[in-house]
Design a protein around this ligand. Structure first.
Ligand SMILES: [Fe+2]
Length: 239
């Protein structure tokens, strides 16, 4: 199976804590290709106190990667996005009218929070971002402690208008049993909109789309795989 999307990863070289060099970037792209991915939205971190490389610089790196990848992977499509860290009212406000923090020219924002962020804060942010006319996606939802507490918190966030993304490594058990169990439960309840690699390198946090897609196909059927890895990503990025 090919045609998958990977909408959250750190494959661009030297712009955050992901790929360290162009060689590693090309190896990661090779792996994405081998696993059936044909659309990649690069999502370097934006976090003011930690990863705040000017977006113009990121654009330059992105253009260089696209140029180098065009010959080697002619069937792949590349897009530039952002994983946007939200920790304050100012960081929410900065999103207003600022498409450089959105996903590939769409109205979608991939948002991450601190692990210990409160449920009230995540909920309030989702609501504010919606009011700005943007489409929030909660990055790696399985990381937030607060979502394990109430029974229907993820469902409530979805009702509020958030899309829910989880990482492939979590359903593969690489982030512990608790996270895996949580993700499988959410998948079973149809609460997951998107899955992505969140790959950072070629050794530890690797591209693992195919293994995750195969597991979901076995447990929940191929239709679910296509919804999560193709149809919803395409919808939020291209429309
Ligand atoms: Fe990430």
């Amino acid at each position: 199976m090919t045609g998958y999307w990977d909408i959250h990863n750190h494959i661009l070289p030297g712009v955050d804590d992901g790929s360290g060099c162009m060689r590693e970037t090309m190896e990661m792209l090779e792996e994405e290709y081998r696993q059936g991915v044909r659309h990649i939205v690069f999502t370097p971190h934006y976090r003011r106190d930690m990863f705040a490389i000017p977006r113009e610089e990121i654009q330059t790196v992105y253009a260089r990667v696209c140029e180098m990848a065009a010959d080697r992977f002619p069937e792949m499509e590349f897009y530039l996005g952002c994983e946007y860290y939200i920790h304050s009212d100012a960081s929410v406000e900065r999103l207003r009218g600022n498409p450089k923090y959105y996903m590939a020219g769409s109205r979608t924002v991939l948002m991450e929070f601190a692990y210990e962020a409160s449920y009230a804060w995540i909920m309030q942010t989702v609501s504010e971002v919606r009011q700005m006319g943007l489409q929030p996606v909660l990055a790696h939802a399985e990381r937030y402690e607060c979502l394990y507490k109430g029974r229907d918190r993820v469902a409530e966030l979805k009702t509020q208008g958030a899309y829910i993304q989880i990482n492939c490594e979590s359903i593969l058990g690489k982030c512990g049993r608790k996270a895996k169990h949580f993700c499988m439960k959410l998948l079973k309840e149809d609460q997951i909109d998107l899955m992505a690699s969140d790959a950072h390198d070629t050794e530890y946090r690797i591209v693992n789309i195919r293994e995750a897609a195969e597991l979901i196909s076995r447990k929940f059927g191929q239709e679910k795989v296509e919804t999560i890895f193709i149809h919803i990503p395409k919808k939020i990025i291209l429309t």
